[in-house]
Write a protein that binds this ligand. Structure first.
Ligand code: ADP
Ligand code: MG
Length: 450
């Protein structure tokens, strides 16, 4: 693999000279080399289907030509999106093993640092705990158990701790593993012929650490032996004042496969949860990312994205990247609301089949309730007007994905928090209240037929 990686590096260097800087950073640099098969196919993986399509459309021939130069012979190139990559790795055992993080100089993603982690109400305690652990490993909080939903920053925090310790306490032995890696490592140590030797190798690898981080512990299988090994590793490290940090998508009490004695060990430390980011934090995260990547976005575009992706920060950043890519395809310098909208267009199309405009939605709501347009957009506060107004706001937001601030303007300059309140109220009722559901469906039916 080393050799192949080196060749790939040369290919990259050549490509960097032959495409624009933006194209290189966006489409080519993120490529990962997965395999080089016997029938001379170079298998590459991309970060998304979108990236794959971009690459096939614009750079495929270039890559092929440069690869031919470097390898000195013709070769096929296969580009996979993440799902295809997963399937590929399942069905093929790449001749060349993807580099083990231990072989690398720094197993931690240099982008996942404390500095790049945006702190808000949703994560301030977890952040403080992670920092305390990084600054004083093994002393203050042990173990630290972090849990929270997908894309909320668990792995980012583990890597931040890793990066910090590598920088400020380079003598400490630190290891980051996913639960799966730990299990595989352990099973491998058992199945090798020289059982005794490798098993003790496994032990010394894990039990001589200063800091052990285990990510996604919820995947711990109900395999007694793995749990037992983990239990002993855990005890030994903890007794010796070594730091343990664990992440999971749920509280230890809710991991069904976790053995009781291991659960009680985890409950001995500090357990902190990461919550979904509020709107301000989401905006701050997007701004930070723009700053890091040197993207230029206008405020409206940032708000549009922040309002639409409410929980998963990975998706939030993904949509930012998508809007940026679309914008730069058109050669624009600054990403605006049109690019942001386009990035969400697959989602919007489904919701607004009839292609209604905000005016048509308002008109349909007014007709349904038999009220006037000036009432619905005006100041009246009686129930007969307020309810239709909230429904119109909800529908415009849901069907057109229009930013709250812009909706506020349509409704006589109302504040975006008022609009948000209306949207959320009807959003909840549309799931829980039969009457509201019927009204919304009736109005949507009318809109579809316009
Ligand atoms: P998890 O492990 O909880 O599923 P990750 O740590 O992989 O989530 O985070 C997903 C993405 O979101 C990463 O790109 C990460 O950098 C980013 N992210 C999460 N939380 C924050 C934050 N508070 N500030 C900046 N980026 C964040
Ligand atoms: Mg993770």
């Amino acid at each position: 693999m080393k050799e192949l990686e080196d060749l790939w590096k040369i290919i990259l260097e050549k490509l960097e000279l032959s495409v624009s800087n933006v194209s290189f950073v966006m489409w080519i640099k993120p490529l990962k080399i997965i395999d080089y098969t016997e029938n001379k196919t170079l298998v590459l993986s991309t970060k998304s289907t979108f990236a794959k399509n971009q690459l096939l459309r614009g750079y495929f021939d270039k890559i092929k030509n440069v690869a031919r130069e470097v390898f000195g012979e013709d070769l096929e190139i296969d580009v996979l999106d993440p799902q295809e990559e997963e399937a590929y790795l399942k069905n093929n055992r790449p001749k060349t093993k993807v580099v083990d993080s231990e072989d690398q100089k720094n197993p931690f993603d240099p982008e996942f640092t404390f500095d790049n982690f945006v702190v808000g109400k949703c994560n301030q305690y977890v952040y403080a705990a992670a920092r305390a652990v990084a600054e004083n490993p093994g002393r203050k909080i042990n173990p630290l158990f972090i849990y929270g939903g997908v894309g909320l920053g668990k792995t980012h925090l583990l890597h931040s701790i890793g990066n910090y310790i590598r920088e400020y306490k380079p003598n400490l032995k630190i290891k980051y593993v996913t639960c799966e890696q730990f299990t595989n490592d352990y099973i491998e140590s058992l199945s090798t012929s020289a059982k005794m030797k490798t098993n003790s190798e496994f032990r010394s690898k894990y039990r001589n650490l200063d800091v052990l981080m285990v990510d996604d512990i919820q995947f711990i299988a109900k395999k007694i032996s793995t749990q037992e090994e983990f239990f002993h590793t855990f005890n030994e490290l903890q007794q010796n004042g070594k730091q343990i940090i664990i992440c999971s998508d749920r509280h230890p009490k809710e991991i069904e496969t976790l053995e009781d004695r291991l659960r009680s060990r985890m409950l001995m430390g500090l357990i902190q949860d990461l919550q979904s980011p509020d709107l301000e934090t989401r905006i701050a995260i997007l701004r930070k990312k723009c700053q890091l990547e040197k993207y230029s976005f206008d405020d409206e575009a940032i708000n549009y994205i922040a309002e639409r992706v409410e929980s998963d920060i990975r998706e939030l950043k993904g949509m930012l990247f998508k809007a940026y890519s679309l914008s730069s395809l058109l050669g624009k310098k600054t990403v605006d609301i049109f690019d942001a909208r386009e990035a969400f267009s697959d989602k919007n199309d489904e919701k607004n089949e009839g292609g209604s405009s905000a005016e048509q939605i308002i008109e349909a709501v007014c007709n349904y309730f038999n009220i006037s347009k000036s009432d619905i957009t005006g100041k009246k506060k009686n129930k007969e007007i307020v309810e239709p107004r909230m429904i119109a706001i909800y529908l415009i937001n849901e069907m057109l994905e229009m930013p709250l601030v812009s909706i506020g303007k349509l409704f006589g300059g109302r504040d975006h928090t008022t609009i948000m309140h209306a949207r959320d109220k009807i959003g909840t009722e549309s799931k829980t209240n039969k009457k509201t559901q019927t009204i919304i469906n009736e109005i949507k039916k009318v809109l579809k037929s316009v």
